[in-house]
Design a binder for this molecule. Sequence first.
Ligand code: SAM
Length: 170
Amino acid sequence: MIKLSYNIENYRKDLLDLVSPGDTVIELGCHVGGTTKLIASKCNVIAIDNSPEAVDEMAKLNVEFISGDVRLHDIIAEVFKITQKCDVLAIDLGGGYHPDTAFKVFYIWSSTFKPKHSLIRNRGILEFFNSAKSTEKEHVSAKGYLESYHDSGIPPQIKEFELWTPSLKK
Ligand SMILES: C[S@@+](CC[C@H](N)C(=O)[O-])C[C@H]1O[C@@H](n2cnc3c(N)ncnc32)[C@H](O)[C@@H]1O
């Protein structure tokens, strides 16, 4: 299942509804752990954020925290070394964050980890989803990733990050 939200309370409720005890959750954009705290006691959480504010606060929680930019291949590779299992992928880079980048992050991470469920907190993606009307019904995914692309997402296309995020400096 793929769930979209903008309101942070809905994002948190959706996450709590989807996780089961013992699940592995990859959380992108954890900030200081406001959402992480709600699930840390019942799940294995790997949380990533590039904000300096996150470092000390996340160290207080019993989760694996990586300080880094989720657009970078090295960060995905680091997480992949820790786990290849992901039950839930939760993405909150900021509700108003550019939807193209948020979608790209969803596409690359979900293609890599094949989560059962993905949650994306992003206003633009939600607005697009709520507004678009499709003329074809056959492309639907029951998983937390886009099933029609399956294994075609990574790794060569990961280079596209540089095109989609011009502010990203190496
Ligand atoms: C709205 S906050 C997340 C709030 C958090 N999910 C919660 O429930 O309290 C968005 C976070 O995304 C992080 N972020 C934005 N872009 C990022 C990126 N490219 N890599 C890693 N973290 C990023 C920001 O540092 C910020 O902490």
